[in-house]
Design a protein around this ligand. Structure first.
Ligand code: NAG
Ligand code: NAG
Ligand code: NAG
Ligand code: NAG
Length: 450
């Protein structure tokens, strides 16, 4: 009896382990087959493996979709996977990756999505501005300037001036999508009571004041608040106000991915525009006899490299300091105009180039270009990595005249987005910044129980 039980037991054990073994193999085998199938499916249908991140479009209503830094050697042009197939030298790669046969007339990533969002933004975006009286001791910093803004930091002054007169303003904080902190970094810097050394404390005090006098800051830790600054001193202005740096939307000219104080996706790149009056409509591309020019102080390693390589070249005109001839003549007489990183990634040169119908050549690694999530920069500019400065001439001469004509006509199409007006005009720099803010509006609110 005991024996038969033992037999039965050992038999069933064997049976059991056999079947266990096959049970083990069935799911493993299935899993293997499924994985292979999934892998095959993904590789045959997905864009993941062979296309650039530029394919990501920003979708309606969703807030934050950004185009990553444009590295001409790495990202391939949309609808093109030639970059993958053809391992060639850097210039050829660069051409395939950015211009080649692919220059097209489309300056937007997706004009339909942009237009639909824009109309909704124009209809419904509401901004609340913290109010300050005319007799506030810091009225000079907090209220808009009463003159026509000019010079390098005009974008900051224009924005406030135009916003306060616009239909986006609401007096009712409960219907506001966003809250504007109206201090001016450029004016704080000039104010003797504050100065460069006092800006950080001023901002800290300002945030203390509004977060104690109003309930709005605390609801989101500042996430639905924004400020606008063009002066580069702004990049350290928030060092004593971490919540502004990490939560609020910073609309700034010094928009470098490399800076710890600038958070791509959350923050907004503000174009630095030196307002130019009486600009001739444009000069025909064939009348632009010079290939490319640069003028400016040699104040950075990138500019030093430029001088080192091209300082004596007959076609690449690199001028240290001011030109001896009028600046406008150079902008109108050259096919390409160089923007080269100085102290900061940003300068007014891109705006100048666009304004005068010159195709900008941008040498400023990590620059989060203005409106890069709306406009397709490679359709109206040439982006060259710092390391490729020695290839500059080859790259520019490699652009055929037809390709140049497309780039140049696209410059004329986009330049309205880089212009300020005291009374805003649809799609100008003001509206474009409003659109960027609209994309970043926050819907998360914490209700305070008080
Ligand atoms: C945006 O709003 C302004 C003011 O209401 C209006 O004049 C303009 O036509 C609107 N633009 C678009 C494209 O809807
Ligand atoms: C904060 O409020 C105090 C008291 O009203 C005022 O004296 C000070 O100037 C304010 N500071 C800022 C930066 O707004
Ligand atoms: C906001 O939060 C701070 C810090 O927690 C607090 O001192 C302040 O009273 C709050 N403000 C309001 C309006 O409740
Ligand atoms: C440019 O030419 C000058 C004079 O011939 C020379 O001194 C200088 O080293 C040259 N610079 C470069 C970058 O070749």
């Amino acid at each position: 009896m005991a024996r038969s039980i033992l037999l039965l037991y050992s038999f069933s054990r064997r049976r059991l382990s056999d079947s266990l073994r096959s049970f083990f193999f069935i799911p493993t085998g299935l899993a293997l087959i499924t994985s292979l199938f999934i892998l095959f499916y993904i590789s045959s249908t997905s864009n993941l493996f062979n296309q650039s991140p530029l394919h990501f479009k920003h979708s309606i209503g969703s807030s934050l979709i950004r185009v990553p830094p444009q590295d001409p050697l790495k990202s391939s042009f949309r609808n093109s996977d030639k970059f993958q197939e053809t391992p060639v030298d850097a210039v050829a790669q660069w051409k395939l990756g950015s211009i080649g046969n692919n220059v097209n007339n489309e300056v937007f990533h997706d004009i339909d999505i942009f237009m639909e969002n824009y109309k909704e933004m124009n209809r419904s975006l509401k901004i609340y501005v913290y109010p300050h009286r005319r007799d506030d001791p810091f009225a000079n910093v907090l209220l808009p300037v009463d003159f026509e803004p000019g010079g390098n930091y005009a974008s900051e002054s224009y924005f406030k001036k135009v916003l306060l007169k616009s239909h986006f303003i609401t007096e009712d904080p409960s219907e506001a999508d966003l809250f504007y902190l109206p201090f001016s970094i450029a004016r704080l810097r000039q104010d003797r009571r504050v100065g460069i050394d006092g800006i950080q404390d001023f901002i800290k005090d300002y945030i203390f004041n509004i977060s104690h006098s109003y309930p709005y800051w605390n609801r989101t830790g500042g996430a639905d608040h924004f400020y606008v600054a063009c002066h580069s001193i702004g990049r350290s202005a928030m060092e004593k106000a971490d919540e502004v740096k990490f939560n609020a939307i910073q609309v700034v000219c010094s928009s470098s991915y490399f800076l710890s104080g600038y958070v791509a996706h959350k923050d907004v790149s503000l174009p630095q525009i030196w307002p130019r009056q009486d600009v001739p409509s444009s000069v025909a591309p064939s009348k632009r006899k010079k290939l490319v020019f640069f003028a400016g102080s040699i104040n950075s390693p990138v500019r030093e490299k430029l001088v080192e390589v091209w300082g004596n070249d007959s076609e690449i005109s690199v001028n240290s300091g001011h030109l001896k001839t009028p600046y406008a003549d150079a902008l109108l007489g050259s096919k390409f105009c160089l923007h080269v990183k100085g102290f900061e990634v940003n300068t007014a040169r891109i705006g100048d180039a666009l304004c005068y119908g010159c195709v900008p050549v941008i040498i400023a690694n990590h620059y989060d270009l203005p409106f890069a999530d709306i406009l397709y920069w490679k359709s109206f500019s040439v982006i060259v990595a710092t390391l490729d400065i020695p290839l500059l001439k080859e790259v520019l001469q490699g652009i055929s005249f037809d390709e140049y004509l497309t780039l140049q006509s696209n410059v004329l199409k986009v330049r309205k987005h880089f212009r300020w007006h005291t009374s805003p005009v649809d799609f100008d720099a003001f509206y474009m910044v409003m659109y960027e803010l609209w994309l970043r509006r926050s819907s998360v609110r914490v209700r305070l129980s008080s």
